[in-house]
Design a protein around this ligand. Structure first.
Ligand code: ADP
Ligand code: GN1
Ligand code: MG
Length: 375
């Protein structure tokens, strides 16, 4: 479902950014579930076409859009400085904000929305489903490298853009409260899903307890590492750049690794309705572990490593709970493309949880095996 923002409004916003040339194209990108994202093209007088991303921050998800912008400014500046100093980025493409004509990195619209402009990462695309092990390795390497790049950024400089974002216990309790309320009368149809989630209640505290005891540290993490948040070079399959930085804030690396597994390991889409298509591809899992350890292996502690496989199950359960909550609350958070979409997404995630449980022993053995080859 495309957003209600029209071409005319986007054109008006585009002209408020300090971009040289004439706007020649504007096309909405509909892969993300949260923001309104447009690809725009500008042509200079000598015929050069440059592309940009214009994005309207979803203000009902991000209650403090200015805080989000401050975080994104800090993170992109920090990464660009580090990459320049160390020449860590082989491709030369990193995410950068473009200023508005008034010098600020955001532009307001008439409905009090906040827009920003990024460089378009050229020659790349995102995938909703990973096609091969090379892509999996590359994506995991890129998210590990991202964690490394922001590891020296002071946590006090970043606001928590969505409080309790990966507080799995709160996510569980909130779902139970929403079930109790049954505001849209949809609870009767989700008995099986609720029973499945309730059976796993004990597991929602595991990473929170590890954090609470100090067994695993709070680090600056991406927090939304789904596979379509990394740009992959179309020709070489190399991961070029991590995007979607709105949730970069202190967290656990486990949620980052887990969410990448959730979105990469199965050959089926996140909203697959033919549940038998949802399976765990072990060669892809191995590639994710290898790629992640290649860039993050140097800083992870033992407890983080031991829980990598489990993290995939935990975050998949968490995301399933979030989709179900949104379905029961009347689809207010995630963009949906048809009625019942969030329930379909929830069911697909729960099937993936079951598949991950079936492979947990194998996945844990794989992590241990790969770690040994590192040392
Ligand atoms: P959302 O928060 O809604 O997921 P994203 O920031 O992930 O928004 O953007 C949605 C999609 O737009 C991405 O999956 C990607 O395909 C595309 N996109 C976003 N930023 C860029 C960029 N700088 N260059 C090229 N494509 C981008
Ligand atoms: C959203 O923004 P996007 O589409 O990359 C969501 C993630 C969920 C994901 C599920 C800010 O990610 O947390 O895991 O959908 N982002 C936010 O697909 O809530
Ligand atoms: Mg995204």
């Amino acid at each position: 479902m495309s957003s209600l923002i029209g071409l005319e409004a986007v054109t008006g916003i585009a002209l408020k950014f300090a971009i040289e040339g004439k706007l020649t194209s504007a096309e909405e990108i509909e892969t993300g579930h949260i923001n309104s994202t447009w690809k725009v093209g500008f042509e200079t007088e000598d015929g050069e076409v440059r592309r940009f991303i214009l994005q309207r921050i979803n203000a009902s998800v991000f209650k403090d859009p200015m805080g989000v912008m401050r975080n994104v400014e800090r993170v992109t500046r920090h990464i660009n400085e580090r990459v320049m100093r160390k020449k860590e980025d082989v491709s030369g493409q990193t995410l950068a904000l473009y200023p508005g004509r008034d010098g600020r990195f955001w532009v307001p619209d008439e409905a009090d929305g906040i827009w920003r402009c990024y460089n378009f990462i050229e020659g790349c695309r995102t995938y909703d489903v990973v096609e091969n092990e090379g892509q999996a390795y590359q994506a995991a390497r890129a998210f590990g490298a991202f964690q490394d790049l922001v590891s020296d950024l002071s946590p006090e400089l970043l606001v928590e853009t969505i409080p309790g974002f990966h507080d799995t216990r709160s996510r569980y309790e909130h779902l139970m409260a929403v079930v109790e309320e049954n505001a849209c009368g949809r609870v009767a149809e989700v008995g099986e899903e609720l029973a499945f989630i309730r059976e796993r209640e004990g597991e929602v505290d595991r990473v929170l307890n590890l954090l609470g005891r100090g067994d695993i540290p709070l680090r600056i993490t991406h927090n939304d590492t789904k596979i379509n948040n990394v740009m992959i070079d179309e020709a070489s399959d190399e991961a070029v750049c991590v995007i979607d930085l709105d949730t970069v804030m202190p967290g656990s690396v486990l949620y980052d690794f887990g969410d990448l597994v959730r979105t990469a390991v199965s050959p089926a889409e996140e909203d697959e309705t033919e549940l038998s298509k949802i399976v765990v591809r072990m060669p892809i899992f191995e590639a994710l572990v290898d790629g992640y350890l290649s860039s993050a292996g140097g800083f992870l502690n033992d407890s983080e490593v031991t829980n990598l496989a489990f993290s995939a199950k935990l975050i998949t359960l968490e995301v399933a709970m979030r989709f179900l909550t949104d379905h029961l609350e009347g689809d207010r958070y995630f963009k949906i493309h048809h009625a019942g979409h969030n329930l379909e997404r929830c069911r697909a995630q729960l099937r993936l949880v079951a598949e991950l449980e079936g492979k947990m022993g194998e996945m844990e053995a794989c992590v241990l095996d790969r770690v040994k080859t590192l040392s």
